[in-house]
Design a protein around this ligand. Structure first.
Ligand SMILES: Cc1cc2nc3c(=O)[nH]c(=O)nc-3n(C[C@H](O)[C@H](O)[C@H](O)COP(=O)(O)O)c2cc1C
Length: 385
């Protein structure tokens, strides 16, 4: 079975390579009646876009084209196909990589699997994170549908290399981090992150980081026992992001160092409902959402393409050699990774919301469609600098 599709009821299939003509996505399972514009998709793409300070210098316009599934500005229930043209392709710096697989990147693994003669070395081909444009484009639809339950998703960078954000942050601050060049929710930490990235760039090196993403107002009851638990699907979705090396939710690995009495969350009355006092489980128990905010974190390794020379083997001569990767690379992939983690979370939640019958699978009525549009307008106008 190939692995280019994700989701059961809300299903995406991505296609395209880093230096091919386009990257794109087909989204199947979108109910009819969702208002959708190119600008909605562009809005989400703008936060993952390269060509800004502190990220890859590749200058992509990232303008989406909707090819199908829309009539008079609304989805029809047919598959929605979206493409984004690759406009700033420069394969010249990849000539060296053609014979020298990069340590830490997918090059040698792809060569071993598909054969050297079939390997698209230009820009990393399908292994390039350019593919994640497709996921973020699809997430505009998923995030919009989640507006039906007023579920908002936002992420930020909570550590970069050795620097860790060590204070409480509100959801509002996390949401507004999308306008921070380093996806930082606190101004003083943003300055520290900036210094670190400048230093690592000057050295020709890179750093990893931890991304935290929160969904507020999620419906309770998402997740299907026993293999499609929400934690299992979130882990798979997020671990499928290039350069992600670890996943946790709630207290995560910290829980191993605590006592049961500290980890167990107290059950309390909350108005007319019953909930949890501290949300130590990150909104998930038994693999099912509890209705508390869903909190996930994932670790991104440092960018593998660095100027500091490292050992590799020249595939033409079979001799040991060194590679120093030039070209346009992210000094810390975790920064642009934030919007990709948000996207994957939205895809999982909407898929499960449709499976649970919370978001209709076939058609939205006018009232629902208006509600979504109203919440979406609030979402896109929030935090505007
Ligand atoms: C948003 C984003 C941007 C990335 N940019 C780069 C990059 O500029 N250079 C690079 O070598 N890797 C980059 N990566 C990571 C590689 O795509 C990834 O390390 C590679 O595909 C190997 O996969 P693995 O690290 O999951 O094993 C990026 C990842 C993400 C999520």
């Amino acid at each position: 079975m190939p692995g280019n599709s994700f989701g059961k009821m809300f299903r995406i299939t991505t296609f395209g390579e880093s230096h091919g003509p386009v990257v794109g996505v087909v989204v199947d399972g979108v109910p009819a009646g969702l208002q959708l514009s190119k600008e909605d998709i562009e809005f989400e793409l703008s936060f993952r876009k390269p060509g800004k300070s502190f990220v890859s210098e590749r200058k992509e316009i990232d303008e989406p084209e909707i090819l199908s599934g829309i009539y008079k500005g609304r989805t029809t229930g047919a598959p929605v196909a979206i493409v984004v043209r690759n406009t700033d392709v420069d394969s010249s710096s990849y000539e060296e990589i053609r014979y020298k697989p990069r340590p830490g990147h997918a090059d040698l693994a792809y060569i071993k699997k598909y054969g050297y003669e079939n390997w698209d070395y230009r820009g990393g081909g399908r292994s390039s994170a350019r593919e994640t444009v497709s996921r973020v484009a699809a997430s505009a639809l998923a995030k919009k549908l989640l507006m039906l339950t007023n579920t908002w998703i936002a992420g930020h960078l909570i550590s970069l290399g050795p620097i860790e954000l060590n204070c409480n942050v509100s959801f509002e601050e996390i949401l507004c981090s999308k306008y921070s060049p380093l996806r930082c929710s606190k101004k003083d930490f943003e300055e520290k992150f900036k210094e670190l990235v400048k230093d690592t760039l000057a050295e020709g090196n890179s750093y990893g980081g931890i991304v935290e993403v929160v969904a507020v107002n999620p419906p309770a009851g998402l997740g299907e026992p026993v293999f499609d638990k929400i934690k299992a699907d979130l882990a798979k979705a997020i671990m499928s992001i290039p350069a992600v090396v670890g996943f946790e939710y709630g207290l995560g690995f910290k829980a191993t160092k605590m006592k049961g009495s500290e980890v167990n969350d107290e059950i309390i009355k909350k108005g007319n409902s019953i909930g949890f006092k501290y949300n130590t489980s990150g909104g998930i128990l038994g693999g099912i959402t509890t209705g508390e905010p869903i909190v996930v974190r994932c670790a991104f390794k440092p960018t593998s393409s660095i100027r500091i020379p490292s050992k590799t083997v020249n595939l033409r001569t079979n001799e040991d050699t060194l590679i120093s990767v030039k070209g346009r690379h992210d000094p810390a992939v975790a920064v642009r990774g934030v919007s990709v983690v948000e996207a994957m979370m939205s895809l999982v939640l909407v898929d499960h919301a449709i499976r649970a019958g919370i978001v209709p699978s076939v058609k939205l009525n006018n009232k629902d469609s208006e509600k979504i549009e109203k919440n979406w307008r609030r979402y896109i106008s929030s935090c505007k600098p």
